[in-house]
Design a binder for this molecule. Structure first.
Ligand SMILES: [Zn+2]
Length: 169
């Protein structure tokens, strides 16, 4: 058995991934990726992505629109925010958490990771995990059924460690 880190699920906030720890570094990476791909990370797309990174938890579109309003004196058109979110999702920078109807930014924009989220019911925080075993298993099972996956997002709801420790039963 190779004790390879790819065999172990790990939170993307893990400090063993020292790259792009700050929002500024992550944004620089996202901009570079977009220019490589020939797409544009417009100021609105950047602002939405930045807000999601700063929030660090699944955030609803309405909340994003409100936050954009406070940071700007120009009116924000909700459809353009939805279009920006669609773009960020298609580039793999953001995932939609269907159970919350909310959006969360991926911690490592350069990695097309499978999106496994642990979502806390108490505080609303989310942690993103990467685990190739889960990805592989899901791909195999889908392929067996000739099912074409377009949105491989796995959501686990429960209580985070912080909330458990704050409220032991
Ligand atoms: Zn919690």
């Amino acid at each position: 058995m190779v004790n390879d880190s790819t065999n172990h699920p790990r939170p993307c906030t893990d400090s063993s991934y020292p790259r792009q720890r700050t929002v500024v570094e992550r944004m620089a990476m996202a901009i570079a990726l977009c220019s490589e791909r020939g797409v544009k990370l417009t100021p609105l797309r950047q602002k939405v992505l930045e807000l999601l990174w700063e929030s660090g938890r699944p955030t609803g579109a309405y909340e994003i629109i409100e936050a954009l309003k406070t940071g700007s004196d120009r009116p924000i058109a909700p459809p353009s925010v939805y279009r920006a979110l669609d773009f960020l999702i298609s580039e793999g920078f953001v995932s939609k958490i269907e159970s919350r109807n909310a959006y969360v930014a991926c911690m490592h924009p350069e990695r097309q990771s499978d999106c496994i989220f642990l979502i806390c019911d108490e505080c609303g925080s989310s942690v993103e995990l990467e685990d190739r075993r889960v990805k592989q298993l899901l791909e195999e099972e889908a392929a067996k059924r000739r099912f074409r996956v377009c949105k491989p997002v796995v959501e686990l709801e429960g209580t985070c460690r912080r909330c458990i420790e704050a409220n032991p039963t």
